[in-house]
Design a protein around this ligand. Sequence first.
Ligand SMILES: C[S@@+](CC[C@H](N)C(=O)[O-])C[C@H]1O[C@@H](n2cnc3c(N)ncnc32)[C@H](O)[C@@H]1O
Length: 259
Amino acid sequence: MSAKKYTGLEAELYDIFRGGDDFDEIGYYVDLALNRGGNCLDVGCGTGRVLIPIAQQGIEITGLDNSSAMLNECGKRLSTEGFKADLVEQDMTNFNCEKNFDLIIIPGGSFQLLDERDDALAALGNLRDHLLPEGLFVMSIFIPFYEISHESLDGVWRLEKDEKIEGSDNRALCHSCVDLDRCENLMEVRHRFEIINNNGITESSEIKYSRLRWYGKYEIQLLLERAGFHNVTISGDFENNDMRDGHTVMSVSAVSGAI
Ligand SMILES: C[S@@+](CC[C@H](N)C(=O)[O-])C[C@H]1O[C@@H](n2cnc3c(N)ncnc32)[C@H](O)[C@@H]1O
């Protein structure tokens, strides 16, 4: 079991570093949930980057995550903004929601944090079991093209983000160091999260390690079919076009079998 939990500064600074929407992913999932119409489960929902805009549309949504820190932040944002969602702290490999969904989504590449193949397959089987008959599953898979083609960056620390913290004089910094196994499709990432004050002094810092798996489109299709899904479609960069060379994100959708 390879469960990685978002804690400490990684969770606290998530929205500052990763709360944006570089790929128009949020609109893609909101449209999907609106078109589908039924209830929705957001797996690895984090602080609600995609969940909250869906809840804002009046759609019945449940958020699942294995990090209490991320879910707490999501709960705070929901109550500040006056929207409702069920939030459950469970692991996607073995969760049980005791209900089924019309739509299950995994935005933001959360599925890729399952670096062990057995965990990925267990999660897909569990997700399929939580769909209604002919329910739809959609997830985002990111491909680290930049890192794949710039081998010279392997093992080199670089400054990835330097952001002002709203309502304070402090800044939030994220340095990262990536090593790729281009044969196994594994990306090992060390992040150093740091808060520095206006004198340039580090007030807190943490190093976090994660391993992410990326997939080719035929590999993910075979994995989904092995987990019992059918009608697998894969499009590129949330444009509803075929995934092709140069696209950075695959949106992968599949339908559960009739139960
Ligand atoms: C990259 S963040 C994405 C968050 C959110 N979906 C978004 O798009 O901003 C990954 C999220 O997946 C959660 N996560 C990682 N492994 C998980 C697991 N095995 N089960 C459930 N959640 C998991 C993390 O806690 C984190 O909130």
